[in-house]
Design a protein around this ligand. Structure first.
Ligand SMILES: Cc1cc2nc3c(=O)[nH]c(=O)nc-3n(C[C@H](O)[C@H](O)[C@H](O)COP(=O)(O)OP(=O)(O)OC[C@H]3O[C@@H](n4cnc5c(N)ncnc54)[C@H](O)[C@@H]3O)c2cc1C
Length: 381
């Protein structure tokens, strides 16, 4: 690993992308400050699935024992349509873990602080210049060798630079909840089911309502409830318990728990930028490449790209940093572009309902290893 002393980075956003970039840069000798708009540093979402690409980054950071202690790998990824099993994927050879978002966020924030990263909550970034100056809502202007825009889909850093983008919205959206497992109660309803599996319950008739059931650890279950945006009852939060239990009665105990939580319905979208970098500024995560969640890779790409960005920025002489960022985008972006395209395709077609989806080219991003210095040689063969 190249250690580059006397370099300074300012990062906008303390989500998964911003914290990963911060840790990776600090470990390479940079002084790093992260600005988080929210008054408190926390992740509000429910659960997340991480795959080989992201787990390799966490392994490189020395965080795998901590991650393992608070996460799990379900035995199978099961797909059902109208409650009939279509496939049970054991995914041999694929490293994957399920966990809660607050847990992952606290692991990353703790690691960043141990690496000496300064994290400033309640600090809103309003823009940046390509020369490497970040502007805060407070009026302060801070100079850096590298500015990272990791400030999510509504990125102020991206918009202040006038970087153009296309946004493609999907017809479906999801409400996400963290609820108690209630495994014994579920077993009473369906004793033959392994309630430790991740189960993708699709239903098309009489209406499209999908439940993605993801055990996150021994105690907590991540429920993602998908409904078309134009289904007023299906997309309502708090959820309409009668509507959801009429379609998925076998999940009544956990749907009752979800109905107690306020929640928020999110539409899916794909955002494609004309470029990810401008001068000394690089964009990463949803600021650069938001994607539909079909392949569960938005956070994975965010963290993998944040990691490789830190590598590329550290390996270049400071005077050549803008060129190094362009080269980083040239090498890393095609994997993310293809993942966005596949994820949008599955969102458009609802094709994940066919089962057996974690195979072949769908696993390209999953199996990518951002820590492998020869990864591009392998891809070129
Ligand atoms: C339903 C759904 C399910 C998903 N499931 C998965 C999954 O299983 N696996 C997976 O890998 N991905 C998944 N994703 C995608 C993943 O959640 C995102 O890609 C990921 O969280 C993006 O991280 P980020 O750090 O880029 O952005 P964000 O999480 O949006 O973080 C941005 C941060 O920047 C802060 N911020 C914003 N503006 C400013 C500003 N002006 N100044 C300072 N701070 C600012 C925000 O407060 C926030 O803390 C899913 C997405 C959805 C919608």
């Amino acid at each position: 690993m190249t250690v580059t002393p006397s370099r300074h980075a300012e990062i906008s956003g303390a989500g998964f992308a911003g914290l990963t970039a911060a840790i990776a840069l600090a470990r390479r000798g940079w002084s790093v400050r992260v600005h988080e708009r929210a008054d408190q540093l926390r992740e509000q979402g429910a659960g997340i699935v991480l795959w080989h690409n992201t787990l390799k980054v966490l392994e490189d950071f020395g965080l795998i024992d901590e991650i393992n202690a608070g996460s799990m790998t379900p035995p199978f990824y099961e797909t059902r349509v109208q409650n009939k099993i279509v496939s049970d994927e054991g995914m041999p050879g694929i490293w994957w873990r399920t966990m809660t978002r607050p847990f992952l966020h606290s692991v990353l924030a703790g690691a960043a602080r141990r690496e000496g990263v300064e994290i400033v909550a309640g600090s809103e970034v309003v823009g940046a210049t390509e020369e490497g100056v970040i502007r805060l809502a407070s009026g302060a202007e801070l100079e850096a060798d590298l500015v990272v825009g990791a400030d999510g889909v509504g990125s102020s850093v991206r918009d202040s630079l006038g970087i153009d983008y296309e946004r493609q919205r999907s017809r479906d959206g999801i409400s996400r909840f963290l609820v108690p497992r209630r495994k014994a109660d579920l077993q009473k309803i369906e004793p033959g089911t392994d309630w430790d599996n991740m189960i993708d319950f699709w239903n098309f008739d009489p209406r499209v309502l999908r439940v993605l059931y993801t055990p996150a650890n021994d105690r907590e279950l991540y429920l993602a409830l998908m409904a078309p945006a134009d289904d007023v009852e299906g997309s309502a939060v708090p959820i309409d318990l009668d509507v959801w239990t009429s379609i998925h009665p076998q999940l009544t105990p956990v749907l009752e728990e979800a109905a107690k939580v306020e929640g928020k319905y999110f539409g899916y979208q794909t955002t494609r930028l004309e470029e990810w970098t401008r001068g000394r500024v690089a964009l990463v995560g949803d600021a650069a490449h938001a994607m539909c969640p079909a392949l569960a890779q938005g956070g994975g790409c965010a963290m993998a790209n944040a990691y490789t960005l830190a590598q590329a920025a550290s390996d270049a002489p400071l005077s050549e940093l803008p060129d190094a960022l362009v080269e980083w985008e040239r090498l890393e972006r095609p994997y993310t572009d293809r993942c966005q395209t596949r994820s949008q395709h599955y969102a458009d077609t609802r094709g994940m309902s066919q089962g057996n989806q974690f195979v072949g080219e769908n696993n390209e991003t999953t199996l990518y290893d951002p820590t492998d210095p020869h990864r591009h040689d392998v891809a070129a063969r």
